[in-house]
Design a protein around this ligand. Structure first.
Ligand code: NAG
Ligand code: NAG
Ligand code: NAG
Length: 162
């Protein structure tokens, strides 16, 4: 627990114009972290809500345990939940990753089973990480969705390691 660079940006906004169709509007870009040679910018790609995001480390040398947290308002009940991550560098796809977060018979996290309308924090602990992010600029697309592909959270981020 020592040496944490705590960046806590926790707020949630709901778009006043939730009628959809207007793809011209984008959510503002937020700075999640900037220190130790690392800069992380993120933007909500869910047309209906912006969200708060925090990481407990901000350095290109990630220590072994990393926690990321999102604050969102649920627009769907969480029964089954899945996370897709895509990592892109210089326009080419490096990695696609899909992970079940909540499954009916084995909920992994405390927020599994929460109901529509509740405000929750999705927290993901990454264990045994300990990586050194190579110099470069990366795009990360992150999508959290339910069993019938209803989007719970969607984010795209830019990670710059110098
Ligand atoms: C998110 O994606 C949009 C559209 O591709 C892009 O314009 C924007 O810069 C991206 N935001 C971040 C923080 O990467
Ligand atoms: C990741 O998925 C995208 C779209 O589904 C695909 O175009 C890309 O080739 C995939 N990348 C890898 C590394 O599998
Ligand atoms: C998704 O499935 C749940 C039940 O599994 C249902 O209540 C909900 O209406 C569905 N949502 C959509 C958009 O079909």
């Amino acid at each position: 627990m020592k040496g944490f660079t705590a960046v806590l940006l926790i707020w949630t906004l709901i778009s006043p114009s939730s009628s959809g169709g207007g793809s011209g509007e984008a959510w503002p870009t937020h700075l999640a972290c900037r220190s130790g040679g690392l800069e992380v910018l993120y933007q909500s790609c869910d047309p209906l809500q912006d969200f708060g995001f925090s990481v407990d480390q901000c350095s290109k040398q990630l220590k072994s345990n990393l926690n990321i947290r999102f604050g969102i308002i649920l627009r769907h009940d969480i029964k089954e939940l899945f996370l897709d991550i895509a990592l892109i560098s210089k326009g080419s796809s490096i990695l696609n990753f899909s992970y079940p977060i909540c499954e009916e018979d084995q909920p992994k996290f405390s927020f599994c089973g929460r109901r529509k309308g509740e405000e929750i924090f999705l927290g993901f602990p990454f264990k045994d990480l300990g990586v050194n992010i190579p110099r470069g600029e990366y795009q990360v697309l992150l999508e959290v969705y339910t069993e019938n592909r209803s989007i719970v959270a969607c984010a795209n981020a830019t990670i710059i390691s110098s």
